[in-house]
Ligand binder design. Structure first.
Ligand SMILES: [Zn+2]
Ligand SMILES: [Zn+2]
Length: 421
């Protein structure tokens, strides 16, 4: 039997964890300075939550969502994104008690897409939702927060793209305008967009197919079609960003693949990532809370793709923290050392010194030293027959390549000294 992980569903190995931890700790530091608090939402939820919020006629719901019927005949989905679940939790636990709820999350999402670089079927997101406020300054806050996270990571080659999709009314009106524009050009669109034309015409705007992009290039702009209220909101967002000297590009055809977005939408792209260059996407969703049963109030959020952000950081040679081995690798030689090394390991652990012990006292010393080097352990303690007789132990410094014999009773203090504990 040869069982491997599913396609597009990857293991994240110990040697990669330092990077993941670094990303999360940077996010936590920045988000908490802005007053965002962590929430952990379930990986599964009722299908209709995602269908209602993301939209029935979106790629995610139509083609990508993992759904199943459980033993109680309930229709369940693996979360394809987090916003819907965060809003659900916000309403269920009455988090609106505090007038503006600032929340962040991190974890796996699931979409049955074709796996490619930086895009997996189980993928990870780090994101933020600010719920209960319609003020345009909140849009600026959330956008700046996303940029601050990248600054904290040490990234430089990213850019911010911005647009407004207006309110539901504006979206409906613009859909009609766009349909009129596309009507005579349907034969130039890809089959996917011909379908979108009928069902969700705004989605044609971010089609990546060349022939479609050609048609879209001269399509009318959303920004010219929004009502005075939405236009005013967008102006305020831009002027707030300007006042803080935040650079952005206005992308008049930027729409997002989820139906719930209104007004401000944005994405952050990275110069080194090729075709799939978006590392963050977000926007306002002023109708979603009401649609899911709450009172009408505004909200905005974003999500970073964790894998792609790591790829971007690697491309920029960010100085990630290195994976560290245990402080000490203990080698016992010969059966007689068994008890003593076990006891020693426990003593070190009790003194907060991490150590590694392999229980293999018959293995050749050379092999074990090679292993200690490979796993990047800082020190090696060797207890052979001679040492055992004289109550001593050999302490090897792997960085400096030196070794000395010390009394066993002094091991803890010696190591603490060397490890600056
Ligand atoms: Zn409007
Ligand atoms: Zn297309």
């Amino acid at each position: 039997m040869n069982i491997t992980a599913l396609k597009g569903v990857n293991d994240i190995l110990p040697r990669e964890i330092a990077k993941w931890d670094y990303l999360e700790s940077c996010a936590k530091k920045v988000f908490s300075i802005y007053g965002y608090r962590q929430i952990k939402i379930p990986v599964i939820g009722e299908s209709r939550l995602f269908v209602r919020s993301i939209g029935e006629q979106t790629d995610i719901v139509e083609k990508e969502m993992y759904t199943f019927t459980d033993r109680g005949q309930r229709k369940i989905a693996l979360r394809p994104e987090a916003t819907a679940s965060v809003v659900r939790a916000y309403l269920e636990h009455k988090l609106e008690g505090q007038d503006l709820a600032r929340l962040f999350y991190s974890g796996p999402m699931f979409r049955g897409e074709k796996p490619q670089s930086g895009r997996n079927r189980q993928f990870y997101q780090i994101g933020v939702e600010a719920l209960g406020c319609e003020h345009p300054q909140l849009d600026a806050e959330v956008i700046i927060l996303a940029l601050e996270f990248l600054n904290k990571l040490g990234l430089k080659k990213f850019s911010l793209n911005l647009n407004t999709v207006g309110c539901t009314n504006d979206k409906d009106n613009f859909a009609k305008t766009l349909k009129t524009y596309l009507k005579g050009k349907l034969d130039q669109l890809c089959p996917n967009c011909q379908n979108r034309y009928k069902r969700n015409v705004l989605r044609t705007l971010d089609c990546k197919v060349k022939s479609c992009q050609k048609v879209i290039q001269s399509a009318p702009n959303m920004i010219d079609a929004v009502c005075p209220g939405c236009s005013c909101h967008f102006d305020r967002v831009k002027s707030t960003l300007d006042s803080l000297s935040v650079c952005y590009n206005i992308m008049p055809h930027l729409v997002r693949g989820l139906d719930y977005y209104t007004k401000t939408v944005f994405e952050i792209t990275h110069a080194d990532l090729g075709a799939q260059n978006a590392i963050c996407a977000g926007g306002r969703y002023d109708n979603l809370i009401k649609e899911l049963g709450g009172t009408k109030t505004g909200a905005i959020g974003f999500a970073f793709g964790t894998e792609r952000t790591i790829l971007a950081a690697e491309a920029e040679n960010i100085d990630f923290p290195k994976e560290e081995g245990a402080s000490v690798y203990i080698i016992g030689l010969g059966q007689a050392s068994d008890e003593k090394v076990f006891e020693l390991a426990q003593t070190l652990r009790k003194n907060q010194i991490s150590c590694y012990l392999n229980y293999n006292t018959s293995r050749a010393l050379k092999k074990q030293l090679r292993q200690a080097d490979k796993l990047k352990h800082r020190f090696v303690l060797i207890l052979g027959e001679d040492e055992l007789k004289s109550n001593c132990i050999l302490l090897k410094d792997m960085d400096k390549g030196t070794q000395e014999s010390i009394e066993i009773k002094n091991v803890v203090s010696e190591l603490k000294n060397k490890l600056n504990k």
